[in-house]
Design a protein around this ligand. Sequence first.
Ligand code: FES
Ligand SMILES: [Fe+2]
Length: 471
Amino acid sequence: MAKIDERILQEDPTAPVEEGSVAEAGAGRCPGRSTRDIILADGDPVPDALLAESFAFRGDADIAFDRYTSADFFAAEMQKLWPRVWQWACRVEHLQDPGDYLVYDIGPHSILIVRTETGDIKAYPNSCLHRGTQLRASASCGNASQLRCPFHGWSWHLDGRLRDIPCRWDFPHVDDRAFALPEVRVGLWGGFVFINLDPDAPPLEQWLGVLPEHFRGGWDLSQRTIALHIQKELPTNWKAAQEAFLEAYHVMETHAQAQATASDANAQYDVFGKNVSRFVHTIGVPSPHYKGTLTEQQIFDRLRVPGGPYVLAEGETARAAAATILRRTLGQLWQVDLAGYSISEMLDSIEYHLFPNMCLFAGVSLPMVYRFRPIGMDPSRTLFDLIFLRPLSPGEAPPPPPEPVHLGVDDSYTSVPGMDPGLGAVFDQDTGNLAMQYRGFQAARKAGQTLGNFQEVRIRHLHESIDRWLA
Ligand code: FES
Ligand SMILES: [Fe+2]
């Protein structure tokens, strides 16, 4: 774990309250340069999406703790939310060839997703039409020429048509057409396969809001592929788990080692419609909380950019140098030309959230995708999928996806082969608080969490969306 710089912890308790720190509701901002100022100061062209701003005050009522801990609230989510929302089930790479299948589970629901002989992707409730047995085990994947139940051997073609019933003479009452597997809605975007259990749900395109418009060109995630997949159990509710990743307010305390190189309190927060929110959090600029002064060379050295020591040219910023070196080293590693990416796209944490449980990063050196799902029917357990994408080189077909590396609650991300040790330590810090927070929810006398109006607006937005489904 990176060593903490003592100077950044030297807060002066007698210092006067910063001017402007208490502002009209929702209007307060960290003094100093904004994220937009920092990106514009880079001086290179950036996509319009990166400069878009979309924030409005959304209220300041507390968020009740029992939304995370109550069995009734969890049951309502299972009944009213999960069966009706679009959710990312897998990547297209998981279903490359006819017969490739994958089982996606959410609470009591289990969905079998299949690539058919004609190349379509179809999904079915993972339940035999004879006596209900799962056709394939939960969380499994593989290749099959037919969908055959392991109990009595009823089988279906990949496209869902009934194929065979052993002792057919005993089932004169079974009509082949009526016993085709019922279909679950499937939608494709950005190389992701989404499912929706509600046959009447509006199309995925509507659900995605601004995402297709923003994730174009160099952000097109269908042109990237899985480099690393980690699945870790987190000891908290699925909402609290993702909320730990929806704000940069925690950086100064939880990731104190990053204050010299990560701009946190002046991160930008946006809400785009009902289902999408975003933060942009710049790297290679000290936090407004940082009490020391650093030269650009010192900032660069602390970024630990791969490729060894480098002396900045006259007037060169740490951000510009880091982006240049990363374009070269990552470009060579992946055999792609990264020249078209701006400094911000190369370095910054550009994280979108898609309701209910997915985070997508647009940047190149922080190319993650997150998913947070309840495990079974337990409101206090979450399965966190952490995927790193890399760009495909020109003409490269996506390779078979790597097997997920499974981590238990107490396992460190740093133990995963291929994981950057510094980033692994950051994820350990992010998820190290969760068990204590969940216990604190239960121990509280206070009824709920009190959110910052700006920095924690994405958490409020998440709960607003949940309320719409539970209403
Ligand atoms: S339960 Fe599936 S074949 Fe009997
Ligand atoms: Fe974090």
